[in-house]
Design a protein around this ligand. Structure first.
Ligand SMILES: Nc1nc2c(ncn2[C@@H]2O[C@H](COP(=O)(O)OP(=O)(O)O)[C@@H](O)[C@H]2O)c(=O)[nH]1
Ligand SMILES: [Mg+2]
Length: 304
């Protein structure tokens, strides 16, 4: 790992350029650990502070999300959000994208083996991850509550078009190594799934500490109680980063006609525009060459 102060929190070297491009030497890079009522808890590598947000960041799409890399004054406000790679965004009010987590490499879609298992909900989560450019793995949690979790996992996987399904039980201590194997130092994963499926319990198990509050699900309707109230990024002992989230019962993927997910990556937009222009010019030249060939063939036919 590099000796960048944010290396432990997953800093990407390509962001150095974006930070410098802002042109303010007083700004430092920091990572958003959590978002709290219009403020962001950020860490530049030496401990977290609660930062206010520069005015122009308060618009929904530009609002820093957990996992964002930002430019901030040390101990002070967040001035800019750096380009994102891999986002979890849902369709908010009036079809506007709401970013829930940014710079995530992997989404762990938790669905419990008892009564939470709903293929349509999984499909919606998978639409969200696909749109955000995030790889996904389904975790079949509370595997101890079913007789044959491996068969159930295989059955779910069969309906999923290539997304792996991993059975895991914190109670029985099974599948945890398989989950650890999906995580890598400096890479961020996000736990998604409805409330009560065991996300925080899993995070605590991976952390080896009772950090996140967990709560028994309500008897009767099997739903969780939203014990986890904010999206929070936690560093695990192996160096991987994991974002716990509250339940997302009504997650709606963005649709084609919605505003694009705010990746804020101007370089990417520019690259795509250049590629389109090049393709256009290629077509123009191809057209010119074809016409020239046709003209020459015609001239030859006419013996010129
Ligand atoms: N049987 C069983 N229960 C679990 C397991 N993991 C979590 N739970 C229980 O499920 C309930 C909800 O867990 P929690 O982690 O708060 O769910 P979250 O809302 O997704 O974060 C708690 O009562 C946990 O003890 C598991 O592997 N097996
Ligand atoms: Mg929770």
């Amino acid at each position: 790992m590099s000796d960048h102060p944010l290396a432990r929190l997953g800093w990407r070297a390509d962001l150095d350029t974006d930070l410098r491009a802002i042109g303010d030497p007083e700004l430092v890079a920091a990572r958003v650990i959590a978002v709290d009522r219009g403020r962001a808890v950020v860490d530049a590598g030496a401990g977290a502070w609660s930062a206010s947000l520069a005015g122009r960041l308060r618009r929904a799409a530009a609002l820093p999300a957990t996992g964002d890399f930002v430019a901030a004054l040390p101990g002070g406000p967040v001035r800019a959000v750096l380009p994102r790679r891999g986002v979890i965004a849902r369709r908010g009010e009036r079809g506007r994208p709401e970013v829930l987590a940014a710079n995530v490499d992997l989404a762990l879609l938790a669905t419990s083996a008892n009564r939470d298992l709903k293929p349509r909900r999984l499909a919606r989560f998978l639409a969200v991850t696909a749109r955000g450019g995030v790889e996904a793995v389904v975790l079949l949690t509370k595997a101890d509550l079913t007789d044959d979790p491996v068969a159930l996992a295989a059955e779910v996987e069969g309906g999923l078009d290539g997304t792996p399904v991993v059975p895991v039980s914190v109670v029985a201590g099974t599948g945890l190594d398989a989950v650890r194997a999906l995580l890598a130092p400096g890479r961020a994963a996000v736990l998604l799934g409805t409330s009560g499926v065991g996300k925080s319990t899993l995070l605590n198990a991976l952390l080896g500490a009772e950090r996140q509050a967990t709560a028994p699900i309500r008897s009767g309707d099997d739903r969780g109680r939203h014990t986890t109230v904010r999206r929070e990024l936690v560093a695990l002992p192996g160096g991987a980063l994991l974002i716990d989230t509250p339940g997302l019962r009504l997650v709606a993927p963005l649709e084609d006609r919605d505003e694009p997910v705010p990746l804020l990556d101007k370089a990417q937009v520019k690259r795509e525009r250049r590629a389109r222009e090049r393709a256009f010019h290629r077509d123009v030249y191809k057209d010119m060459r074809t016409r020239k060939r046709d003209r020459e063939a015609r001239d030859r036919r006419h013996g010129l």
